[in-house]
Design a protein around this ligand. Structure first.
Ligand SMILES: Cc1cc2nc3c(=O)[nH]c(=O)nc-3n(C[C@H](O)[C@H](O)[C@H](O)COP(=O)(O)O)c2cc1C
Length: 322
């Protein structure tokens, strides 16, 4: 069974972005569910072997904290034996196992994983059945609509197979794989999926404001909304959505608040093994749209370590106070 979610707004899995520090911030701001960035089933197996030799567990590789719960781990890879093994390795630590069938990156689709699987109904069916039989935890799915515009309705068959095989929830980003992030997400397709499927549907794509979150929920009938790029450097969005859905109003945050929030993020990163390049990326996002932000970002690019980065952000903070 799926856990109970405290909010209708979820944080999207984002490689290099939805690290344990950002996830925790989003959780504290009211996200109903947070999802790890996608992880290869093969690296989970290889890492677990190494870690076991040092009496450690997979938690050292996919880092998280208890405060993030309910927490979903996202897997990719289509080798059925490896999939079963990897799912069993992560199962004890996570509340939901999510399967990625949306990633458009060529290095993923070329290994018959991510979005490429949308055109492989038979293999997909075996993947779902393998996962659902391998673990007792709920298995969920994240998909795009199709591979090309000519095949943009592939989601219909995949959703049906998912339901038959015991998948418990579908997140739907209605762009095709070949679209990447161009154009708009076609929310009409979310409405259609909600109508044809009995599963809870998480609508995803292009939500950046509380108003848009409400519109997606109202117009498509989806059960939850998932937000990716709109939360980058802006974890406040979860609180705003929750307030807006309850009271029709929400608190606005200033750039100073965003910088404060970056320092909170930075503080949280100290507990984890997050790559410095990723932390720099977050610093860039927290300054997006800020007055003087572009010169700040130019400095951020050249920072070589955490203390340099912190100093640059402190100078930026002083400026925003000036
Ligand atoms: C930098 C970045 C990394 C992403 N990584 C993942 C990932 O690991 N797994 C996944 O299912 N989707 C991934 N996505 C897609 C998002 O989860 C989401 O489906 C997409 O960004 C559309 O939602 P949005 O318009 O709210 O950003 C990524 C997106 C971005 C921008």
């Amino acid at each position: 069974m799926l856990p109970k979610f405290s909010s209708k707004a979820f944080l999207a899995p984002m490689a290099g972005v939805s690290d344990p520090a950002l996830r925790l911030q989003c959780k504290k701001m009211g996200a109903g569910l947070v999802v790890t960035e996608f992880t290869s089933i093969h690296s989970i197996i290889a890492k677990e072997q190494q870690l076991k030799e040092n009496m450690k567990t997979i938690q050292e590789f996919i880092e998280y904290s208890e405060e993030e719960r309910p927490l979903s781990v996202q897997l990719f890879g289509s080798d059925l034996v490896a999939l079963e093994k990897a799912a069993k390795i992560v199962e004890p630590y996570f509340d939901i196992i999510d399967y990625n069938m949306g990633c458009p990156a060529p290095h993923i689709t070329q290994q018959m994983a991510g979005g490429a699987l949308l055109q492989e109904v038979n293999l997909t069916q075996q993947i779902f059945s393998t996962l659902v039989n391998a673990v007792k935890k709920p298995v969920t799915l994240k998909i795009r609509s199709g591979v090309t515009s000519a095949s943009k309705f592939l989601f219909r068959d995949i959703a049906e197979v998912a339901e038959d095989e015991g998948i418990q929830m579908i997140t739907f980003h209605p762009r095709t794989v070949s679209q990447g992030y161009s154009g708009n997400a076609d929310w009409n397709l979310i409405k259609e999926l909600k109508e044809i499927s009995n599963l809870p549907i998480v609508g995803n794509g292009d939500v950046t404001t509380p108003e848009e979150a409400k519109t997606m929920l109202d117009e498509t009938g989806c059960d939850y909304v998932m937000i990716g790029r709109g939360v980058m450097g802006n974890p406040f969005l979860f609180e705003q959505i929750n307030d807006y859905l309850k009271t029709n109003s929400y608190h606005e945050y200033s750039f100073k608040d965003r910088l404060d929030s970056f320092f909170e993020y930075l503080h949280l990163t100290s507990k984890y093994n997050i790559k410095f390049a990723n932390i720099k990326g977050q610093a860039m996002r927290f300054t997006k749209g800020m007055r003087g932000g572009s010169s700040l970002r130019a400095k951020i690019t050249f920072s070589k370590n955490l203390s340099e980065l912190e100093q640059i952000m402190k100078d930026g903070y002083a400026l925003s106070n000036a």
